[in-house]
Design a protein around this ligand. Sequence first.
Ligand SMILES: N[C@H](CCC[C@H](N)C(=O)O)C(=O)O
Length: 275
Amino acid sequence: MLLKFTKMHGLGNDFIVVDAVSQRVRLTNQQIAQLGDRHFGIGCDQLLIVEAPTRPEMDFKYRIFNGDGSEVEHCGNGARCFAKFVRDQRLIHRDTIHVETKSRDLTLHIRDDGQIRVDMGAPSFEPTELKFDRDKADVYSLKAGDRHFKVSAVSMGNPHIVTRVSQAERYPVEKYGRLLTKHRAFAEGVNVSFAEFVDRNTVRLRVYERGAGETLACGTGACATAVTAIRNDWCDTKVNLLLKGGTLEVEWDGQDGSVFMTGPATTVFSGQIRI
Ligand SMILES: N[C@H](CCC[C@H](N)C(=O)O)C(=O)O
């Protein structure tokens, strides 16, 4: 099969985007992992497949696969790149886009300045949705390697834990992220945010992602971290998350409303590959 694709990124969290509306796409999880391989394939943190919607009130369905080939429920940076992709490919002519994902419906708005604002839906703290083994909703004490961690658990449709650190830039994220992401408390793995709270509107953040390792940015991780900060009154209802790849703005009312994330999306190149 000759597969057309577009390489994109959201603050350095990079994606292979595939249009399955205009071309027939049949990819196995193994083929997705091959495409995601940074030495033997194109290379990406996640691969996004854009499909026709399954319900008339939606514009598209978009499926998300980690670089290891595993399909997941949500991707915040990917949602922004998806929005830019479908507009640039003229698959839609509106600036507000309604899209289905595996776990929830999203509304995306492309602003005049090119930034994309995503209604990420409401956070959840119910262990059932997070598929955690524990009966306590949202705070865990976990041992990983030689350290104990106090983590808050938040679902943005995909599972996250957030732990506070004093200096994010110097923290051994690879060592402890690798241990925590597969901790036995999380039946299907978990994304791990290491957050340094700078002030009531600023958090320095690094994320070790399930199925991808540390990425330069993580949209749902930024949302999970902002929700944790607002819920604990460490931050106000608008938070700037300073990630390795750049800054994301996240807003949440601290009640049961949606989380809103605003940030950029960038197209790197388009190509085709025989697979
Ligand atoms: N690794 C995540 C999916 C991608 C999330 C991230 N790239 C984002 O921007 O939200 C998971 O396994 O749930």
